[in-house]
Design a protein around this ligand. Sequence first.
Ligand code: URA
Length: 259
Amino acid sequence: MTEKDRSEEVARFLRQREELGAGDLFMDGLTRDEALALVAHRRGAAVPTNRGAEQATSTETETAPFPTPDTLDLSALDYDALRQAAMGCQRCRLARERCNVVFSDGNPTARLMVVGEAPGANEDRTGVPFVGQAGKLLDLMLASIDLSRRDSVYICNVIKCRPPGNRDPMQDEIELCSPYLKRQIELVAPEVILAVGTFSAKLLTGATKPLGRLRGKIYSYEGVPLIVTYHPAALLRNRGWTRPAWDDLQLLRQVLDDR
Ligand code: URA
């Protein structure tokens, strides 16, 4: 088989995978999009774009920093469609390196929604939010006010894909990903939201102050009571924040009990 035949065969295989709904495919460290881009580039052809998106020209693709943001209007989607859209999302560079999109865990009819920052390595591997050390502490924090992950809480993150090396999410990643969270909140319609950590606290309160100055109050996110507290990973590093985090949990319990 010539190199050209082999390239075409690989391209055909990858397109079939795409049609069958396989989101990310890793080949020797390349994602599906990178592998397709390579094959298409060799043939001087246009690079296949995301499902439903316009076909990009090869020039656009070569200069694009990451796959064209899809313009699907998330605000009209029901829960299953939103989850599906997230699973195939190619809006930002994080799609290239993820193993799994981390959409949610817990009970979508729960009264409380917990919003964290972004998946780490364990979450990327399993597709479930808060399963590492920080997640274990989160479970204990919730249990301390009689809430269980399985029954009484819905858990998700601002960012649905792991930032490489656990770096902080970038502003454009937050902007491209947060419509998923916005729609998730509308559809789950929690009675109370708990934002854990700076990124979710700032996004949902709209404030820019450091977390230590944001916590301890009740905010409103689109009419839903919102409490913010330290991220459990930060609590693992800084024992001095245990007491204020405990106070935040008591405030949360009180808000839930008063409703
Ligand atoms: N930290 C987060 O903010 N979210 C996770 O899912 C895991 C760790």
